[in-house]
Design a protein around this ligand. Structure first.
Ligand code: G3I
Length: 450
């Protein structure tokens, strides 16, 4: 496992700049520490539904003043997305004062201070659905995979959220300018809906898997118009079927894929021709196209506390401050070569900073690569448990998506940067025969609060 002194120094710096500790009386701990007497009886209710609307917060009932605590009305000033998306809410900004309350244990999204696990579950999907607030359990699905019955069975039994692994990327949907090709994406979306699974559109604006006609385009007006057409057409086509979108993907780079060194905007055709404003613009176009959709920024190697997540945090904070319509941030969570390695504590600390902006967080592409001997088997199990637990414990972490169904089909096996050289990355929850691995058990434990 990599663990550089640099990282430790950086962590120390970050904590000086605002890491939370346990119980500072500000009502922002997940267990709630405020409230004088009524915490457990009325500080939390059982039926919250986002935006801090009906749930109590950890601040407790009688004296807690955490936004959303006693009035259950959320805090519009500090939960920027609470009003429209139900994901903000007051709990994290509460200022509970007093004794023993532990309320706010329920609710979906805003206002809840902790997620309550299911008493039992026989699938990951069931564990996510029975948790309160619920948590979407996702997988990257490929058109090729849907040709295999075992794949389909595991995918639909264990998950209720789908990301198309490649079929909704620009080169697949708009291979030539203005000519759209929906077939493979429609197949995945329709299969998901037949199995009562939600779908997240992935991904509208990304430098990779971009056709040459687009990546070589010049002129601000041309690129803006092409980006607008793509977002509008794609979201329009799926409008009645999808309400979650990765709007901008991987806009930031560092010298190393691990998120360390010289963080900066990635010089894509969008950035080079439009300027940094392309990100705000993409979200604004997406919002115009669908006022109710959840709109996400998605990136890798922002899971650990490193240079890249600092840069991305400042970028996203700027967007929130400017009123750009963003609802959340996807932490891809590709752990092991070629990406970063993040402990559960790192992930929890990062989640807190972003949720404090009023945003949702998601684990959007999780896998843990064992190739190259960088991550041991025991480390992999600990990562799976602790990182999933970090999401589970954060009510504003709304989804965990695994990047594939089984080891045999992982993208890592054949990509040189992953150091697998054609061998299995052993990175997922199911083996080549679609059997459950110990990684599955550790994830299930985390989803059951164990
Ligand atoms: O479809 C062609 C096929 O016609 C051709 O014969 C074959 C030969 O190599 O390539 C096929 O395309 C491949 C495609 O996956 C579909 O299998 C591409 O070469 C290959 O590069 C592509 O890789 C995908 C990668 O994104 C591209 O960047 C992976 O499957 C996919 O898992 C991966 O997903 C990304 C997320 O979208 C964003 N975050 C990182 C993540 C991992 O890289």
């Amino acid at each position: 496992m990599r663990s550089a002194p640099f990282t430790l120094l950086l962590s120390a710096f970050l904590c000086a700049a605002g890491c939370s500790d346990s119980g500072d009386g500000n009502g922002d701990e997940t267990t709630g520490s405020g409230g004088a007497t009524g915490g457990t009886t009325s500080g939390g209710t059982t039926s919250g539904s986002g935006g801090g609307a009906t749930t109590g917060s950890g601040a407790g009932a009688t004296t807690g003043s955490g936004a959303g605590a006693t009035t259950g009305s959320g805090d519009p000033t500090s939960a920027t997305s609470g009003a429209t998306s139900g994901s903000g809410g007051g709990a994290t900004t509460g200022s509970g004062t007093g004794g023993e309350g532990t309320g706010g244990s329920d609710g979906t999204g805003g206002g809840a201070s902790a997620r309550v696990p299911a008493a039992s579950a026989s699938t990951l999907r069931e564990a996510g659905e029975k948790a309160n607030p619920p948590l979407l359990i996702g997988a990257a699905i490929s058109g090729g995979g849907l040709g295999n019955n075992d794949y389909k069975r595991v995918a639909s039994t264990e998950h209720n959220y789908v990301t198309a692994e490649n079929e909704m990327k620009w080169d697949s949907l708009e291979p030539s300018a203005g000519n759209f090709s929906w077939g493979s994406a429609d197949n995945i979306v329709n299969w998901a809906r037949q199995n009562n699974m939600k779908v997240k559109g992935h991904t509208l604006v990304w430098h990779s898997q971009l056709p040459n006609w687009m990546s070589s385009m010049t002129g601000k007006a041309n690129v803006e118009a092409a980006m607008r057409r793509h977002i509008t057409q794609v979201m329009g086509h799926f409008k009645d079927r999808l309400d979650h979108w990765d709007v901008v993907n991987e806009a930031v780079q560092t010298d190393s894929d691990t998120g360390v060194g010289n963080p900066r905007m990635r010089p894509t055709v969008f950035y080079n021709q439009i300027g940094q404003n392309y990100i705000d613009l993409a979200f604004q176009i997406a919002r115009e196209q669908d006022p109710k959709a959840k709109l996400y920024y998605n990136d890798y190697s922002i899971d650990a506390r490193n240079d890249k997540v600092e840069f991305v945090y400042n970028m996203i904070k700027g967007m929130v401050d400017r009123g750009v319509p963003i609802d959340g941030v996807g932490f891809q969570m590709h752990i092991g070569p070629p990406n970063n390695e993040a402990t559960g504590a790192d992930v929890a600390a990062n989640f807190k900073r972003f949720t404090d902006l009023g945003l949702e967080v998601l684990i959007s592409e999780m896998d843990i690569n064992r190739c190259g001997g960088v991550v041991t088997a025991d480390e992999q199990l600990a990562y799976y448990h602790d990182i999933v637990a970090a999401c589970f414990k954060e009510p504003k972490c709304t989804a965990i998506t695994f990047w594939g169904i089984n080891d045999g089909r992982s993208w890592l096996n054949s990509w040189s940067g992953a150091l697998c050289n054609g061998q299995s990355s052993q990175s997922l929850l199911f083996n080549d025969q679609y059997g459950k691995k110990e990684t599955y058990n550790r994830v299930m434990n985390a989803l059951l609060g164990k």
